[in-house]
Design a protein around this ligand. Structure first.
Ligand SMILES: Nc1ncnc2c1ncn2[C@@H]1O[C@H](COP(=O)(O)OP(=O)(O)OP(=O)(O)O)[C@@H](O)[C@H]1O
Ligand SMILES: [Mg+2]
Length: 319
């Protein structure tokens, strides 16, 4: 099935709803996108808009409610448990907080060796440890840290362990869920450079989730903007920053400080109440805060449409 010219990942009409005491929470609601091989899709949007849930649903860490996920042409929602376990070696995730995702009682080398052992990739202990040493070198962890414990390391090194763990199985695709958000700015740059290098060397494809637009500007090829479970705009990164079309994207981008005062966009402050993601009413979910909303926006949901090559937008204003 694999075809090197097709996207590595195709997500079609993905939905993830959570049953809550108040009703059905639409965490991800009919989201479709593709990511080409070796590319990075940045996913941005306010807290709670469904970024992490989208990433987790793609890896089936949470089971999607509806939709199709094609990975390298294969419909992964139809895979059984064992097939999915094998598939997971090709799809990995890196988390925001490396500390809480690391077992405090395991050394660096044990932590990195674990996925190799659990997946039966390298059964011989000596060989496994050789591979661990190799990966440690790739991610820039000094050999002397082999028997160190997570609490003995700083945030940057801990995140290098998280990356090493994800790389151990030689994946093609990595969901990076706020991988640098918990780190000091100086260390953020080091980790981003490392991830960039690894992508180049190994041909990795990334879904890069962040709330930090300056990071994604630098790091992503394409950017997807989410709002309350919906994908509302997607475009190549440069295009999105030059020409944001959706009123929500415009407001989001206006909040980034620009070094030169002459180029500073006027900050758009959003008023109005945020719509509830629980049993959302018909209409655009942004309408309650949108300065341009018309009556149509309150009754009909705008769909994502291609308005220029590679530039998708879900808003009636620019149809
Ligand atoms: N297991 C769950 N059960 C119920 N609701 C959930 C669950 N996981 C996430 N949600 C809800 O789904 C919505 C989307 O959450 P998600 O964590 O995907 O957002 P996010 O964009 O990653 O936010 P953040 O930037 O804060 O990480 C939120 O309203 C959240 O409360
Ligand atoms: Mg999240």
């Amino acid at each position: 099935m694999s075809n090197s010219s097709s996207p590595l990942l195709e997500v079609k009409n993905l939905k993830k709803y959570f049953k809550t005491p108040k009703g059905m929470l639409h965490a991800v609601d009919d989201v479709s996108f593709t990511i080409d091989r070796g590319r990075t899709l940045g996913v941005v949007g306010e807290s709670g808009c469904g970024k992490s849930t989208t990433g987790r649903a793609i890896l089936r860490i949470v089971e999607p409610t509806e939709g199709e996920i094609l990975f390298d042409g294969e419909d992964i929602r139809s895979l059984g448990k064992d097939q999915m376990r094998r598939m997971r070696t090709r799809m990995q995730i890196i988390f925001q907080d490396p500390f809480s995702s690391l077992n405090p009682r395991k050394t660096v080398s044990e932590t990195i060796a674990e996925p190799l052992k659990l997946n039966g990739i390298i059964t011989d202990k000596g060989k496994r440890m050789e591979r661990v040493a190799e990966i440690m070198e790739i991610v820039g962890l000094a050999e002397r840290l082999y028997n160190a414990y997570p609490h003995e390391l700083d945030g940057g090194r801990r995140q290098r362990i998280g990356i090493a763990r994800a790389l151990a199985l030689n994946p093609q695709f990595i969901v990076c869920d706020e991988p640098v958000s918990a780190l000091d700015v100086s260390i953020q740059a080091q980790i981003l450079n490392l991830m960039d290098e690894l992508q180049e060397k190994m041909g990795l494809t990334y879904m890069f989730i962040t709330h930090d637009l300056s990071v994604v500007h630098y790091f992503a090829d394409d950017i997807a903007v989410m709002y309350l479970g919906r994908l509302i705009e997607k475009a190549p990164a440069k295009e999105l920053f030059r020409n944001p079309v959706h009123p929500y994207t415009q407001a989001l981008l206006s909040a980034i400080p620009v070094p030169s005062i002459h180029n500073q966009r006027k900050r758009i402050l959003l008023k109005g109440e945020i719509t509830s993601p629980v049993d959302p009413k018909p209409g655009c979910r942004f309408a309650s805060r949108c300065p341009y909303a018309s009556s149509r926006c309150h009754s009909e949901e705008p769909q994502l449409k291609e308005i220029a090559p590679g530039h998708f937008n879900a808003c009636f204003l620019n149809e």
